[in-house]
Design a protein. Structure first.
Length: 122
């Protein structure tokens, strides 16, 4: 696989660790964060190509993080993770703020396709 850098942002630490391990085994360089503020600092110090972002988190919500990413780094692809449809989040697939979304639980092969697509479209 091509050299892709991804930041996983989700407050479920076990989920994030397991997903990162699976992506790393497939050649995708992955870092993780369980808090929105920490994720934003990581993005500032070493911007990834793609952020996989959970929408429901304590503290900063996924929507707030998305807005901040778009403001400072419009070149970063963002894939949303959600337990509900994007319409339930008042977002749509045509919204330019994010590249795509996935419903939890995540299918790893589908996620990899969406990560590759997010890199290509940016």
């Amino acid at each position: 696989m091509e050299d892709i850098r991804v930041l996983l942002v989700d407050d479920e630490e076990e989920f994030t660790s397991a997903l990162a391990e699976r992506l790393n085994l497939r050649g995708i360089r992955t870092s993780t964060s369980c808090r929105g503020e920490e994720a934003l600092k990581m993005i500032e110090s070493d911007p990834p190509q793609v952020v996989v972002l959970d929408m429901k988190m304590p503290g900063l919500s996924g929507k707030e993080i998305l807005v901040r990413i778009r403001s400072a780094h419009p070149e970063i692809g963002v894939i949303l993770l959600t337990g509900q449809s994007p319409t339930g989040l008042e977002l749509s697939g045509s919204d330019p703020e994010f590249c795509d979304y996935l419903m939890k639980p995540v299918n790893i092969e589908e996620l990899i396709k969406k990560i590759r697509s997010a890199v290509v479209t940016r």
